[in-house]
Design a protein around this ligand. Sequence first.
Ligand SMILES: NC(=O)C1=CN([C@@H]2O[C@H](COP(=O)(O)OP(=O)(O)OC[C@H]3O[C@@H](n4cnc5c(N)ncnc54)[C@H](O)[C@@H]3O)[C@@H](O)[C@H]2O)C=CC1
Ligand SMILES: O=C(O)C(=O)Cc1ccc(O)cc1
Length: 367
Amino acid sequence: MKKNILMIGIGLIGSSIALSIKETTKNAIIVGFSHNEKELFGAKSHQIIDKINLNLEKAAQEADVIFLCTPVSVTLKLIQELSTFSLKESVIITDVGSTKVEIMNQAQVLLDKGYTFIGGHPMAGSHKSGFLAGNKDLFENAYYILVPTGNEMNEQMTCLTDLLTGTRAKIVILDAYEHDQITGILSHMPHIIAAQLVQQADDLMVQNPISKKLAAGGFRDITRIASSDPKMWTDISKSNAVILEKEIDNWLVKLSDFKDILKSDKEVEIFNFFERSKKVRDEIPVHKEGTIPGFHDLYINVPDYPGAIAEVTAILAKVNISLINIKIMETRDDIFGILRISFKNEKDLFLAKEAVAKHTPYESVIN
Ligand SMILES: NC(=O)C1=CN([C@@H]2O[C@H](COP(=O)(O)OP(=O)(O)OC[C@H]3O[C@@H](n4cnc5c(N)ncnc54)[C@H](O)[C@@H]3O)[C@@H](O)[C@H]2O)C=CC1
Ligand SMILES: O=C(O)C(=O)Cc1ccc(O)cc1
């Protein structure tokens, strides 16, 4: 029997989940709904979804499983709206939001109606948005957190985890508060810190424009995520505000401690500060998940970049490698440009590097 899966929101995460489900669940029919018709037709023409239904109530009534893949504030409203519909008794409703306490609290309206809600959060993604960045391998080897309510039946939990096998993610069960504490430090704080650092650099760039051209290496690494969608991060910050306020206070204290040891020129303590971080960072296990850090980018140094774009894309087409994005990053005194070309997977990235090395004089680096 066909399984009717309703995807609400076909952006980066919704489309990646849809594509991964299509890999393994052959009897799934993926129905798409979003507030953006153009996106829905685009996703259908890219075969990410099988059908479009512009009537949310009707689409929800027909669904066996509903995925909410929208910004957190929209997910909260949709949960409320779904609770007013007459859904299938066996329906499983799940979400992908980056916070869980507020969403699980809101989901009580569904539980009160006897419906099943299982919170979800795939712990991989990227700073990119939209269905064109969707990738069936996005969650490979990443953790996919599920937050049960205790009301779901075993077979419903199994149905959801079966559906997620195509993601090739590792399922982890957490409670909502534990989830928000962990992601507060490991995911939300880094975005706030990256955003603030970019603003601090921007102030300097205004005073001294040459500094913009010098931004490289470590600055680029630590600030990549500052290019993420501001709406998404507004919602996440507001939703996890209590935990984030505490962590920001903690951050300020620790940074001020560092300022003190710097001021008093305590060399050993300054060394210890960096040494402890290095030790901890070096010991963090590297799990090669699909796309954290969320992208497979090749940076190519090119003189005369308009001509080089055509040259490089022609070579990639010839060796049959599809790219998902191409961007001119910066110019050096208008003599050199850097092309950033993004690929869907590591294999294409390495093949592209090889092709560029073989067929062009341009230097390229993987970052
Ligand atoms: N981007 C990432 O790396 C990750 C994001 N998440 C979470 O996944 C969710 C979706 O994020 P992305 O896919 O990255 O965002 P996205 O911007 O790529 O997609 C958002 C989708 O929601 C739809 N949408 C927005 N407002 C809507 C409304 N009022 N009604 C119906 N649809 C609406 C958009 O049309 C779009 O399809 C967010 O809650 C985010 O916190 C979770 C893990 C990783
Ligand atoms: O781009 C990155 O590295 C991210 O940080 C992706 C990300 C964004 C939000 C999440 O809830 C989980 C992962």
